[in-house]
Design a protein around this ligand. Structure first.
Ligand code: ARG
Ligand code: GLU
Length: 721
């Protein structure tokens, strides 16, 4: 008896998944309750309190939302921020000219005076997170319509925000979690004088470009550095030459110890959006309808832009960030489709739903959930064609900058038509800012070709009921000649910054009359109106029903599937994810190792190539094995992977070891696992990080910016305390 018991305990211990990955993006303030024990089991040596605390300095004080779209971390007591090269790319592009080509050659400030200011860029710290679910849902009942419900919640939350305890310099925001079943409030602090400190050349920071993007094994030094500036009292301030480097509450220590297989890692940052609790019908729609539509449009757009970028150096600079952005999601969706198909995510969902339904049917207390799955299936089916219409419209119209300009001008004219001079003046600032923001990255030649390439998709890819009849007539009148049509639309006044500014400098009535006379503006207004009346309006009710059902279904899953641990979908709020370093089986017969090194960069090196060139200095350092303290056993580590559950927005997030020390910088996921936003699969989902030692090596040995490394707290030998 005793023996049997011992044996079964041994068996259990053996089965205990000590290195199996954990799915989930967890709220830092709930780690203690939900995750701490498990994190320690996986190798964490610090406590949840060291990660997030209200009473003492904690790791969260070193993490920032970088510009609202990426993550950054503080790595020195002089406000130095580390993030990805692709997160700083737009900024790097803005400072780039044909003479000072920072995209191509990199940029290094050799002293504070050389650091470059960036209009509009900000970083945000999270001061505190409060659960405000009770207050938010006060007065909400199941009988309300979606819009009634929303307006009560909006009112409640406005009240909560008004009464929150915070300092004057702090802001407050509230967010829905679990599809509106829970609400949290965030007290934040935002700094707006953020200067570029350093970036490696594109051939390091974006090595392998689109071919290697989303792919392992990887060899990219995807990092750039910024510095936060504050006023002389260390408080947030707009840019001023008077500002001084910010002294942070906390900066990360950097470990030079390196990475071994199975090491505990965690990633702390701002994941953007995931959808883990969808109905099978929604997952299938993404795979077969939405992703393919978006891929088809982007395929055409990318061909056009790439063609210009390869032959014109100034267009290459002008469109660099835009192209990378379009390409990034384009490739990700392809990986997502492959991954959803390959892992048979649909069948997995169906099986999960079967269990759910059986449990609901067997338990009278779940009777309210009885028809949820069937109801959702019906609504998703009804929504399918509208979803396709939405994706085509937004992908096509959103890629043609002529329509972006038209949309801005239309908004201005509308403001005038509603409130005359007052409306016009109020709106003008926004319009000017929007046009200023896009015009430098706009080439009429490229855009015209985009129009010619994409509008045929509008005219033939869309279900007939969604195509504007006015556009069809126009097209027929132009004998289906898209180029001819474009020629009539791209008026000089809509194409250059001086002309647009001259237009907007006119008296309001005159400017509005001109705006209304442009065919491009008229066409945009028609396309938009047609979209609203054929796609948006008729599908609004379905979308409301889906929102309501999906909210119940999310709650129902938590009530019914009690063996599962639930984390809220990503929504650009601060999260912690954890896992272990490890390779994976990519496909039959192929297992990938968990780390790469500089030898691999040299294996990929193609002299003069668009994607795989390697700077001479780096080749020399490699040939001489001149890696300083950053190398390991004669090799220079470059990237590594682990089972942290990350998504877009986690770019730039720190990878931390079990002691909370910085060991890497998150920047991507592996190709086989890009479907993790919808269907995380621990066996193949891995996040990709650049090894911090490579980052330091590039700064110090390659760029000769060792003064920056001196600011940081490096150490060798565990803990570093
Ligand atoms: N795939 C990574 C992310 O989702 C990196 C993108 C930047 N690199 C690029 N070649 N576009 O954002
Ligand atoms: N590169 C992504 C980003 O920009 C992170 C990779 C991912 O999506 O996991 O946030």
């Amino acid at each position: 008896m005793k023996f049997v018991k011992l044996l079964s305990i041994a068996f259990l211990l053996f089965l205990a998944p000590s290195v199996k990955a954990d799915e989930g993006m967890w709220l830092p303030q709930l780690l203690q309750r939900l995750n701490e024990a498990r994190m320690k089991q996986l190798g964490m040596k610090i406590s949840a309190e060291d990660i997030y605390s209200l009473s003492k300095s904690s790791l969260k004080d070193a993490i920032v939302s970088f510009g609202g779209f990426c993550t950054g971390e503080i790595i020195s007591d002089k406000g130095l921020v580390l993030t990805n090269h692709h997160c700083g790319f737009d900024v790097i592009q803005n400072h780039t000219t044909l003479q000072n080509n920072y995209i191509r050659d990199g940029f290094w400030a050799m002293n504070n005076g050389q650091e470059l200011p960036n209009k509009g860029l900000f970083v945000t710290f999270i001061v505190r997170i409060d659960d405000v679910t009770k207050q938010a849902l006060n007065g909400v009942t199941a009988l309300l319509t979606e819009s009634e419900r929303q307006s009560i919640i909006d009112r409640n939350l406005a009240e909560v925000r008004k009464n929150v305890q915070k300092e004057a310099k702090q802001d407050v925001l509230t967010r829905a979690f679990f599809e509106g079943n829970q609400y949290f409030l965030f007290v934040t602090e935002t700094y707006r004088d953020i200067r570029l400190v350093g970036a490696p050349p594109g051939s390091i920071g974006n090595f392998g470009k689109d071919t290697d993007n989303w792919v392992w094994p990887r060899h990219t030094g995807d990092f750039s550095m910024f510095r936060i500036y504050a006023d002389k009292n260390n408080q947030p301030a707009e840019y001023s030459p008077e500002n001084i480097p910010y002294t942070p509450k906390r900066s990360l220590k950097i470990s030079l110890d390196g990475i071994s297989e199975k090491d505990f890692t965690m990633v702390f940052g701002f994941p953007g959006r995931t959808t883990q609790y969808l109905h099978s019908a929604a997952v299938e729609q993404i795979r077969t309808v939405n992703d393919p539509a978006k891929i088809a449009v982007r395929d055409k757009a990318l061909q056009v832009i790439d063609g210009f970028m390869r032959k014109d150096e100034s267009i290459k600079i002008q469109y660099a960030a835009k192209y990378a952005g379009i390409q990034n999601s384009y490739k990700k969706w392809q990986g997502e489709v492959l991954g959803l198909t390959g892992t048979d995510a649909y069948s997995k969902k169906i099986n999960y739903e079967k269990t759910f339904q059986q449990r609901v049917d067997a338990n009278p207390s779940f009777s309210a959930y009885k028809t949820l799955l069937a109801d959702l299936a019906k609504e998703y089916k009804d929504f399918e064609s509208y979803g396709l219409g939405r994706d085509y419209y937004t992908e096509i119209i959103g890629k043609i900058e002529l329509f972006t300009i038209a949309s801005q001008l239309n908004a201005l004219a509308t403001a005038y038509e509603k409130e005359r001079e007052k409306g016009y003046t109020q709106r003008l600032k926004t319009t000017l800012a929007a046009i200023e923001g896009m015009i430098g990255e706009y080439s009429v030649t490229v855009d015209k070709k985009l129009f010619e390439a994409l509008m045929p998709l509008y005219a033939s890819g869309l279900p007939a009921q969604f195509i504007s009849p006015v556009f069809k007539t126009k097209l027929q009148a132009a004998s289906n000649d898209f180029a001819g049509l474009a020629n009539g639309l791209y008026k000089d006044e809509l194409s250059s910054e001086p002309a647009l500014k001259a237009l907007l400098a006119k008296p309001a009535a005159e400017a509005v009359a001109a705006i209304r006379s442009y065919e491009a503006v008229q066409l945009f207004v028609e396309l938009q109106k047609n979209y609203q009346s054929t796609v948006q309006a008729p599908s609004q009710e379905i979308q409301n029903r889906i929102a309501k059902l999906q909210r119940s279904y999310t709650q129902a899953q938590m009530d019914v599937m009690t063996e599962k641990k639930f984390y809220p979908d990503a929504n650009s709020t601060l999260r912690v994810t954890y896992g272990n370093v490890g390779g994976y089986n990519a496909r039959d017969g192929v297992r990938f190792a968990y780390a790469t090194n500089l030898d691999g960069v040299m294996e990929k090196y193609k002299p003069g190539d668009y994607e795989f060139d390697v700077p001479e200095k780096l080749r020399q350092l490699h040939a001489a094995k001149d890696y300083g303290v950053y190398g390991q056993n004669g090799k220079m580590p470059v990237c590594f992977i682990a089972s942290n559950h990350t998504t877009g927005g986690n770019s730039g997030s720190p990878a931390l070891d079990g002691y909370g020390n910085l060991i890497g910088l998150n920047f991507d996921r592996v190709w086989e696992g890009t479907m993790s936003d919808i269907n995380y699969d621990a066996s193949i989902c891995r996040n990709i990080m650049v090894d911090i030692r490579y980052v330091l090596f590039i700064i110090d040995k390659f760029a000769g910016a060792g003064h920056l490394v001196k600011e940081m707290k490096l150490f060798k030998g565990k803990k570093g305390n």
